[in-house]
Design a protein around this ligand. Structure first.
Ligand code: GLN
Length: 303
């Protein structure tokens, strides 16, 4: 497969499209990002790298981090983590509160905010120095020791994260948060404020495509655990647009309101895109377009 040529074609086709979508407005610091940015990076299972556009520029990974926190929690807790968070699509927006009341504080899945906040609580309980330990985990799986978080973005979200505070307090009222709400939210805003390039993100997601093993040969999860998380990304990674993403792209993946998307074709490649313009579901418009072009041109999708 000539990925250099394919990415070039995609890049040219995307460049001809108007920059539509809106940059995330709920986090003021993110609203400052240039909406014209676009990057795509693909890493094959053999370790070859192909990138084009702004693929080596750092951006806020936001909810893409939820795939990494759930992996870390799954590695230490195993199946018992599913007693506190479900494995079903929610069909609702990422920051919705509606299902939580009648489902008694058990979020539908780990990729909506409610579920990711419960996962954050698990990590706060499990880890000695949650922020530092998670950052080390991300640096290890990506092979990039210079990955860090943006304190301005984390602070900006803390100032305006009223919905996340509501979700966390509501879940706590059902007894499904063990730690202080403040501490859990602080960790959650931290994980969302981590910055990576498309290339670093593609490397971080490598173990999802490689049966649980990182590029440097570390077994993070078992083959069966990775199957489960990839299935969850397929069903829930794009919230109430997960069906649309599956229909158009046909790969498991995870989006974030920083405009990033990480997707993968098991045993073949990981691919990441960054374009800050979001559609009304909070997913990157051009990123989804680019990935649709990729699987349509190559025929490389799991379906
Ligand atoms: N930090 C964001 C929030 O909690 C992440 C949401 C997202 O990327 N979809 O609102």
């Amino acid at each position: 497969m000539n990925y250099t040529a394919i990415l070039q074609e995609i890049y040219q086709q995307i460049s001809r499209l108007p920059v539509t979508g809106t940059v995330a407005a709920t986090i003021p610091e993110l609203a400052k990002v240039d909406p014209g940015k676009f990057g795509i990076h693909l890493t094959t299972i053999d370790g070859e790298d192909y990138g084009i556009g702004d693929s080596e520029e750092k951006f806020s990974i936001q909810s893409v981090s939820k795939a990494l926190t759930v992996a870390m929690a799954f590695a230490s807790l195993g199946e018992r983590m599913w007693e506190r968070v479900g494995v079903e699509p929610s069909g609702n927006p990422f920051n919705s509160l509606v299902q939580l009341e009648y489902e008694k504080g058990i979020p539908r899945n780990p990729f909506i905010n409610a579920g990711a906040i419960v996962i954050a609580d698990m990590l706060v309980s499990q880890l000695k120095n949650p922020k530092q330990d998670f950052l080390e985990f991300v640096r290890t799986i990506s092979g990039s020791p210079n990955i860090n978080y943006n304190s301005k973005v984390a602070e900006s979200e803390k100032q305006t994260g009223f919905r996340n505070a509501a979700l966390a307090n509501f879940i706590k009222s059902f007894g499904n948060i063990e730690n202080d709400v403040e501490e859990v939210l602080d960790f959650y805003f931290f994980q969302c404020a981590i910055e990576m390039t498309c290339k670093e993100l593609a490397h971080s997601f490598f173990f999802f495509a490689n049966e649980g093993m990182t590029r440097s040969g570390r077994q993070i999860l078992t083959q069966s655990q990775v199957k489960r998380l990839n299935a969850l990304m397929q069903m829930c990674g794009f919230y109430d647009e997960s069906g649309e993403f599956t229909y158009k792209v046909g790969l498991p993946g995870k989006s974030g309101i920083g405009g990033g998307i990480a997707a993968l074709y098991p045993k073949n490649f990981t691919v990441t895109t960054w374009s800050p313009g979001l559609n009304e579901k909070g997913n990157s418009e051009l990123g989804m377009n680019a990935l649709e072009l990729l699987t349509t041109k190559t025929g490389m999708s799991i379906f």
